[in-house]
Every structure is written in structure tokens, then in C-alpha cells.
Design a protein around this ligand. Structure first.
Ligand code: ATP
Ligand code: MG
Length: 387
């Protein structure tokens, strides 16, 4: 018997054409999450049904529970559309339950209205049947120790006891394509995760200053991408060297403006790359007020270097909330590894917190910006990072 896994997705906000697109994209993403397994994904009364080898059920469930758009999933057992068959299957499933879990309720959902018994009646018939066989069982609608769920479909009935949470959100790819500015820090991977949760397919860009920063700091970016790629198929990661630009900034510009100048250059390079890769928005891990480069004034002056939309999914989050999320999505332990980032390398002692656009632009005018940008873009190395 193949393992069957029922996959549920959010449907409340889905209407008309959106719904069809959502379902198609989700089905593609489920298929690609399972491409290493001999599994199939079928549509079923507002859910998906995955079939695959029983020995790989746990691993398939793990993969599916990371796919955006999935609200929850359950390993299910199938019975024919017949009350007696359903009772027998329920008996078998509940019989395997540890005896201390004796408070229960049954929840039936009848998608197929041709089935002769309405949901409350099924609850009742099945409940009293189980109690006859297992006198220890008591019905407890408020705090049951297990819920036996029954879904009456068009070909089969599905029974399950377990519900595994998915991440929710929208299927990756449905809202467009973005470029994540990925440092080695705690924030930007979380920003990327949240952007993907809203359906954005991502490429990532990482700036380094090799040989001033170590190869390990670049590997860190790869490792972070690998974690993020668990929620999509793969993430192209573009590595760009800022070494010469940083040298130039050091010799031409005041130290206290170096971060803001560097940030503006990062955005320009991100924009050039986006044009090449047809990406529609930038995603950063900026929050508000966290550090000198993230005052409202700094963010404003930084953003003026590009015409692209910049998404900042972390804007409303406190550091603690970001750390909790980084832990939950498993990027935190990579982020805290101590390899230097190109920004920390030349960190000014007293960065300007209220930069003036004219002042910043005056210094930029002294740089041979076009050549520097072209040279940096020329240094791009791209790796396709898979989970
Ligand atoms: P993070 O933890 O993501 O590094 P942060 O709180 O340290 O964020 P900053 O160092 O001010 O914040 O960086 C702000 C944002 O700029 C980052 O979240 C990231 O999106 C982008 N960024 C910074 N450094 C780099 C880098 N080396 N490569 C790519 N993007 C970067
Ligand atoms: Mg940082």
C-alpha cells in the first residue's frame, strides 16, 4: 500500500482566476519538492493528495511541510465510500492509539454531498461504534486527546489522526521574481524567507571583499541559500567582489560616509543584475532604527540610488522576533558563525546617522562610478544553490 498524504492550502482569500493560478503553481512546487521521490500529486476536492512509498513517508512529509502555500498536511488512510468500511478503518486506527489517549472527538467534512449521511450523523454513528468497541473512550469536544477526522471525497473516504503544520503563505513564483541582498547576518535570510512566503521567487546577491574577507564568509552565504532553498527548488546566488570599490571609497571619501556610499553602490549593482536577470524587486533585511545605517534618513538616502522597488519584510519586527524566526527557519546557527562581512571590515567608528543626499552625491561624483560598477558586475560568480 502506498503512503497517502493529504495537503491542505489556504482558500479563504482565493477567488476566481487567482485560485486556479494558485493551485497550478502549488502543484508544480509540490512536484518539485518531491522530485527525488517516486511520488505523484493529484488534485482532490480542494486539497492535494500525494502518493508515494510508505518507507519514505516521513521524509516526504518533511519536504512538503516547507512548501509555501501549504497550510497543513496529514498522513491519511483510505476507505471506500461505504459506512461499514469507514467504521472498520476507524476501528483499526483507533485500536493502535495508546490507551491513555481516551478523550476523543470526530470531525467529518463531507465534500461529496451525494454520500447519504450528513456530517453530524457520521460523527455520531462512528463515535458510538468506537465507544462500543473501546469502552474507555469518552467524547470530549473541547479538549480531546485525539481527533479522528473523516473527509468524504468523490471516490474515497479519507481518515486521519494527525495534522502537521505547513508554513502557509503563497506558492513561490506566483507574485513574481525578486533579488535578495543576502549578507551573512541574521536579518537578510529571514527577509528572504518572508519574501518567498509571499510568493516571490528569489535569486540572491552577496557582496564580498575577498581576499580581505575569507572564502568562509562566502560559503556562509551559500549555506544560508541552501536553507532557503528548502522552500523552493533552487536559488541562483550571485557573488560580487567589492574589493576595488572599497579601496576607492577609502581613498576618496570620508570614513563616516563609507557605509552609506557602499550601500548605495550595492543597490546599483543589484539593479544592474536585476535588469540582466529580469528581476522585479529588491529584498533587504533592513529594519527601522536598528543601527546607524537604518535610520529613516539613511534608508531614504540609500534607497535614492535605485529606481527599483525595495521590499523590507522585517520593517515591523523587533530583533528578538527576527532571531526567533531565524531559529525557526534554521538559519540562525549559520548566521552567527564569526566570519567577517565586507561591511564590518571597514566599519567607521562614527557613521553618519543623518546623511545629506547632496553631500553623498558630491563624493560619488568624484568616483569613477560607471567603471567601478562595470568592473564589479564583471566579477560576478553565480552558483545555483539547491537544498
Ligand atoms: P543582516 O543581518 O541581514 O546583515 P543587518 O542588520 O546587519 O542585516 P546591515 O548590515 O545594515 O543590517 O545591512 C542591511 C541590509 O543590506 C542587509 O539586511 C542586506 O539585505 C544588505 N546587505 C548588507 N551587507 C550585504 C552583503 N555583504 N551582501 C549583500 N547584501 C548585504
Ligand atoms: Mg549586516
Amino acid at each position: 500500500m502506498p503512503a497517502k498524504i493529504m495537503v491542505r492550502y489556504g482558500e479563504i482569500a482565493l477567488k476566481g482566476k487567482n485560485r486556479g493560478q494558485f493551485e497550478q503553481q502549488l502543484q508544480r512546487n509540490l512536484n518539485s519538492a518531491l522530485k527525488d521521490f517516486p511520488a505523484t500529486v493529484k488534485r482532490l476536492h480542494g486539497r492535494f493528495m500525494v502518493s508515494g512509498p510508505e518507507e519514505q513517508r516521513e521524509t516526504m512529509q518533511q519536504r512538503l511541510s516547507k512548501v509555501f502555500g501549504v497550510v497543513s498536511l496529514s498522513p491519511v488512510k483510505e476507505a471506500g465510500l461505504d459506512l461499514e468500511e469507514i467504521k472498520q478503518l476507524a476501528l483499526e486506527m483507533v485500536g493502535n492509539m495508546p490507551p491513555e489517549r481516551n478523550k476523543f472527538r470526530i470531525k467529518t467534512r463531507r465534500a461529496n454531498k451525494d454520500f447519504p449521511h450528513p456530517s453530524p450523523e457520521i460523527n455520531q454513528l462512528l463515535g458510538s461504534y468506537l465507544q462500543q468497541h473501546f469502552p474507555r473512550l469518552v467524547v470530549d469536544l473541547k479538549q480531546p486527546s485525539f481527533i479522528l477526522s473523516v473527509e468524504i471525497g468523490y471516490d474515497k473516504a479519507y481518515l486521519y489522526l494527525e495534522r502537521i503544520a505547513g508554513p502557509g503563505g503563497l506558492p513561490v513564483g506566483i507574485t513574481g521574481r525578486g533579488l535578495l541582498l543576502l549578507s551573512g547576518g541574521i536579518d537578510s535570510p529571514v527577509a528572504g524567507w518572508l519574501a518567498m512566503k509571499r510568493g516571490l521567487a528569489l535569486e540572491a546577491i552577496h557582496f564580498h571583499s575577498y581576499p580581505f574577507t575569507s572564502r568562509r564568509s562566502q560559503e556562509k552565504a551559500v549555506d544560508l541559500c541552501r536553507k532557503l532553498a528548502l522552500s523552493c527548488e533552487s536559488i541562483p546566488l550571485h557573488m560580487i567582489s567589492l574589493t576595488n570599490i572599497q579601496k576607492e571609497l577609502r581613498s576618496q571619501c570620508p570614513e563616516d560616509l563609507s557605509i552609506i556610499l557602499l550601500r548605495r553602490i550595492m543597490l546599483r549593482l543589484a539593479e544592474l543584475l536585476s535588469a540582466r536577470q529580469k528581476l522585479q524587486a529588491l529584498v533587504t533585511g533592513e529594519s527601522l532604527g536598528q543601527v546607524a545605517s537604518q535610520t529613516l534618513e539613511s534608508i531614504t538616502v540609500t534607497a535614492k540610488s535605485t529606481g527599483m522597488l525595495i521590499l523590507r519584510p522585517l520593517l515591523g519586527m523587533d530583533k528578538k522576533e527576527i532571531v526567533d524566526k531565524a531559529t525557526a527557519v534554521d538559519t540562525y546557527n549559520i548566521s552567527i558563525l564569526p566570519y567577517e562581512d565586507c561591511c564590518t571590515l571597514f566599519l567607521p567608528k562614527n557613521p553618519v546617522t543623518r546623511p545629506k543626499l547632496e553631500v553623498v552625491e558630491n563624493y560619488e561624483a568624484k568616483l569613477n562610478l560607471d567603471d567601478l560598477l562595470e568592473e564589479a558586475i564583471g566579477s560576478t560568480e553565480t552558483i545555483i544553490v539547491k537544498s
